[in-house]
Design a protein around this ligand. Structure first.
Ligand code: PMP
Length: 364
């Protein structure tokens, strides 16, 4: 039988999915890839060895379904996060994208709305629409910050079922003061999700929204092992919230959604949290080096508490992106006029990016 080819329009697709584009950051095999905010440092050998032992052990029982409640892993996350959290306040999934999807499946869905302050993480609208809910965009100030009063007023006016607060924000790197979280929570009727995917790259003495969890049963703080833990390929994300909210997520997850191998690998990695996180300081140093160097090249970086830098002053982002690509450096054109975003790499990768940008800078 021949292969049938056609377009999506020929399929009985859900009406609300027509015209949508999937997530599609380029995955190109270039020497220097700084486009999706990965940790460009590999897992340290001593940790990799321990993970391999844990995987070998788990493999012996892989004929059985895994622990549906991923008990050991939740205990590991509770211990790592501190703040007096216990395992019944923790949930996990295959990347924080899945954890966010569980939240939307539970609290959004057809006839409901989710809200975020644009520009923000591009998956929020896609995940929202995937559940049949409607995405509502709020606004930021021109420097991409948001203030407590303004944020609360926007949320009260939109009255969404779910609010996303990305802290620090992707793609801008902007810090989010805890007073904004508290004000938005008061103004919101629905679930408030603080996405702390990049929290480990913030200044050490800054408080996490985890500190606000007590007495806020609609507040959720999500995290990921993809960034600071250099574990993007393993797909492990997690969240902390009230035990009742965690219980609700069981309604939508697939049974045994976290494989025994994922649980074993992540639990082993968490036992070495200090070593896994040892590269964070080095990445922060490279991020700050990028921010300190860009003005001399004629670009305007924004304050970043993450592992990437957004910079403005780019005359023709598509042309600069292509020129960097042609010299073997992949960064991200996030579709913001006059802006590009780059992930902080190793020292050598960061040097390659800065040198390549210096040579194309005048052409921009
Ligand atoms: N939240 C934010 C703000 C992100 O930037 C990302 C990944 N780029 C994620 C969540 C999802 O990460 P993962 O699914 O790998 O945990």
């Amino acid at each position: 039988m021949g292969r049938v080819t056609g377009s999506l329009d020929d399929l009985p697709l859900r009406d609300d999915l027509r015209g949508l584009a999937p997530y599609g950051a380029p995955q190109a095999m270039l020497p220097v890839t700084l486009n999706v905010n990965e940790n460009t440092h590999p897992v340290p050998q001593e940790v990799a060895d321990d993970i391999l032992d844990a995987l070998a052990h788990a493999l012996r029982d892989v004929n059985r379904y895994p622990d549906r409640e991923f008990t050991a892993l939740r205990e590991g996350f509770a211990a790592y996060l501190g703040h007096g959290l216990a395992r019944d306040q923790i949930w996990a999934g295959n990347g924080s994208n899945e954890v966010l999807q569980h939240l939307l499946q539970t609290f959004a869905g057809p006839g409901r709305t989710a809200f975020g302050f644009a520009p923000t993480y591009s998956m929020y609208p896609l995940l929202t629409r995937g559940t049949g809910a409607t995405w509502l965009s709020g606004t930021r100030q021109t420097d991409f910050t948001i203030t407590a009063d303004n944020a609360a007023a926007q949320v009260a006016a939109a009255d969404p079922d779910v609010v996303f607060l990305c802290a620090p924000n992707n793609p801008t790197g902007t810090p989010l003061p805890l007073e904004v979280v508290a004000a938005v929570y008061e103004a919101a009727r629905g679930i408030v999700i603080v996405d702390e995917a990049y929290q480990e790259f913030a200044p050490r003495d800054e408080r996490s929204a985890l500190a606000l969890l007590p007495d806020r049963p609609r507040l959720v703080v999500s995290r990921t092992m993809s960034k600071a833990f250099a574990f993007a390929g393993a797909r492990v994300g997690y969240l902390a919230a009230d035990p009742v909210l965690i219980d609700a997520l069981r309604l939508v997850r697939l049974p045994y959604h976290l494989s025994a191998l994922t649980q074993a690998a992540a639990t082993a990695a968490l036992r070495h949290a200090d070593v896994m996180l040892s590269m964070v300081d080095e990445i922060v140093a490279q991020r700050d080096r990028i921010s300190a160097t860009l003005p001399a090249l004629g670009f305007a970086p924004y304050e970043s508490w993450s592992n990437f830098v957004l910079f403005g002053g780019v005359g023709d982002p598509a042309a600069v992106w292509q020129a960097l690509y042609d010299s073997g450096v992949l960064i991200r054109d996030i579709g913001l006029p006059g802006h590009l975003r780059v992930t902080a790499g190793t020292e050598a990768e960061t040097t390659a990016f800065l040198e390549a940008l210096a040579s194309v800078g005048s052409a921009s």
